[in-house]
Design a protein around this ligand. Structure first.
Ligand SMILES: [Zn+2]
Length: 631
């Protein structure tokens, strides 16, 4: 690096980070957050965020100071390689986890450690922005400062509510460019001097205070959902969580304890499935519940409507996880994701293949055969979710038409004996281009949903033609919903808000009357329901219960609490049918919503004293379900 024009100084490093404070404040006024914020909350969140940037600035200044001071003369030329090594290190540990999902899903990089991708991403970003700073803006230092601040500002509008490592990289690059600008300006103030040391010493307590003092929950939430406040998700690791409701207990509630020793529940004797019966579990990937709303469906679904007219419909069903693999694993194990062995390629999340909990097909064997056609590699039985199924693969992300072809050819000679068939249709999964990509993403998605309905018609016709309809009970649901900008996110997997949790759920059995069950239920109940349909008991450790007593008996609700988990760090718990508690352990935030008055989950009422008992119940529920080392 040319010593004269862009040698960073401690003062410039501090200024580079502090320059992002006003950028974040302005962005925070412009960008749409997930809820309404009072002025006090906003000020508190901004003060806290400014403290974090100040802290990072002081730390950088110290690193630069020590580097300039202590490095031996022969390695003076190694400034840039040293910066790259630092970027690789930060990238491996902080950005790597952001790539875990991508690695999990992408065949081409399946064997690559996510940390390597994170390291490369971080290094390439740093190289790019240092080159921009050196080549383009070297002669105009203040433009360089402007570019850096603009980058920090833009960071607020990228990939909301997720990817803290990527936001760290972008924010860091912005601060770096601004730092080089300040350094090139060569202000005397920025050079190591006693004056600077005094200023930094005076600021240090403020920075440390911002680490140790946590504003109220609402302000912390406001701050941690702002992507440009990139230190917050990392600093949250050392900020103590609020102890609100920590000691509330439900000692006598069997669902609030570990269930290892609980005895099995016998079958309900309500099953309409005959001895040679067939159960088809049909999962529409990413089908939001409101798309097939009873009163106002978003797209005409004639076949779904016909099926609904002879089904028991669970109008308030929620998925146990907002992404495919964890949702389906929970469905077939009866355990929430964090109760399963969750050590995957990404270190702490992702794989549950190693967990030995028997899957539903294993619990049905040897009496009941099972068959599964998987259109995404995530559902390959070797990934764990669908272990025990006899299975065939169709092409990756194959449309439902291909799944139907496989189904028809597999059972061309009829179906003998009792059989569980699991079909998973990916048509409505992004990218939304099966019927052309014109219009908004949601419009394109709804056209794909219409394709799903056509395919449902084809499945029902096939069952009739093959004379299987009288033997077949259909369970129709989705693995999770889909987000179209709701709460600032797209697609699924990143939040546990209702747009991702609410799913349709129908059970259609021959000869049974249609009805609507409004009690809240979960996809965690489907495994127990399948076992019950085949007259098998539900193991005591299951977190779900058979839905047949609600569908065909006189039960009015399930006895277990309802929860959902996105990985092990983002969890939702329904303390009552309306009070929903969300813990985000990445950011150390707690949210509470009263869905009866706030169905859009926009007013976090966690700071209200009467919510303590609900937060306490939620905390207790999750505290007995921890994967060791998944902290
Ligand atoms: Zn899915």
């Amino acid at each position: 690096m040319s010593a004269r024009s862009s040698q960073p100084t401690p003062g410039a490093a501090l200024a580079g980070l502090v320059a992002l404070v006003p950028a974040n404040a302005i962005a925070s006024l412009i960008r749409k957050g997930s809820g309404k914020t009072s002025v006090g909350t906003w000020l508190l969140s901004q003060a806290s965020g400014a403290g974090h940037l100040l802290y990072c600035g002081l730390l950088s200044a110290l690193v630069v100071y020590l580097w300039l001071r202590l490095r031996p003369a022969p390695i003076a030329r190694l400034d840039f390689p040293a910066l790259l090594a630092l970027a690789a290190l930060v990238g491996w540990f902080a950005v790597g986890p952001d790539f875990a999902n991508f690695v999990e899903r992408t065949e081409a990089v399946e064997k690559v450690p996510p940390g390597l991708l994170g390291g490369v991403f971080c290094m390439v970003s740093v190289v790019f922005w240092v080159l921009v700073a050196r080549l383009v803006a070297r002669r105009v230092p203040w433009v360089m400062v402007g570019v850096g601040v603009a980058l920090g500002f833009a960071n607020n509008f990228l990939l909301e509510l997720d990817y803290p490592g990527i936001h760290l990289t972008v924010g860091w690059c912005g601060a770096l460019v601004a730092t080089l600008g300040f350094a090139a300006e060569d202000l005397r103030w920025f050079r190591p001097s006693r004056r600077l040391v005094i200023v930094m010493g005076a600021l240090a307590p403020l920075a440390v205070a911002s680490l140790l003092l946590r504003p109220n929950e609402a302000a912390w939430r406001k701050l941690s959902e702002a992507p440009g406040a990139f230190p917050a998700p990392f600093i949250s690791a050392i900020v103590p969580e609020l102890s609100v409701g920590r000691f509330a207990e439900d000692r006598n509630d069997p669902w609030m304890k570990r269930r290892d020793g609980v005895s099995a529940t016998p079958p309900s004797a309500l099953s309409p499935v005959p001895p040679d019966g067939i159960v088809i579990l049909l999962v529409f990937d990413a089908l939001r519940a409101d798309v097939v709303d009873r009163k106002k469906p978003l797209v005409p679904m004639p076949n779904f409507e016909r099926l609904r007219k002879r089904s028991v419909e669970f109008s308030l069903a929620r998925s146990a996880a907002p992404s495919t693999l964890s949702s389906i694993t929970t469905l077939f194990t009866g355990k929430y994701y964090s109760e399963l062995h969750a050590k995957g390629s990404s270190g702490e999340e992702g794989g549950t293949a190693g967990d030995e909990t028997p899957r539903v097909p294993e619990l049905l064997a040897p009496g009941v055969s099972s068959f599964h056609i998987f259109p995404t590699r995530l559902l390959d039985p070797s990934r764990g979710a669908t272990r025990g199924f006899e299975s065939v693969k169709v092409a990756e992300k194959a449309p439902s038409s291909k799944v139907m072809e496989k189904l028809k050819s597999r059972f061309a000679g009829g179906i003998e004996g009792p059989q569980l068939i699991y079909l998973h249709w990916m048509d409505a999964h992004s990218p939304y281009d099966l019927d052309g990509a014109q219009g908004t993403p949601k419009e394109a998605y709804l056209r794909e949903v219409a394709i799903l309905d056509k395919r449902l018609g084809e499945l029902l016709a096939w069952l009739r033609e093959e004379k299987l309809a009288e033997r077949t009970t259909l369970i129709v649901t989705a693995d999770h919903g889909e987000s179209f900008g709701d709460h600032g996110t797209w697609e699924h997997g990143k939040t546990v808000y209702e747009e991702l949790l609410r799913v349709p759920l129908l059970i259609a059995a021959p000869g049974k009357k249609a009805r609507v069950v409004t009690a809240p239920v979960s996809t965690v109940d489907i495994g127990a329901t399948i076992l019950d349909l085949f007259g098998k008991p539900t193991p005591g450790y299951f977190m779900g219960e058979s839905l047949l007593p609600l569908a065909y008996g006189d039960a009015t609700q399930v006895s277990h609490p309802i929860a959902a988990e996105a990985g092990t760090k983002l969890r939702a718990f329904f303390a009552t049918p309306d009070i929903k508690v969300i813990f985000d352990r990445k950011r150390k935030t707690t949210e509470v919503y009263d869905l009866s008055v706030d169905p859009g989950e926009s007013r976090n009422i966690v700071d209200a004293p009467e919510m303590r008992v609900h937060v306490g119940r939620a905390r207790r529920f999750f505290s007995v379900r921890e994967v060791k080392g998944a902290n």
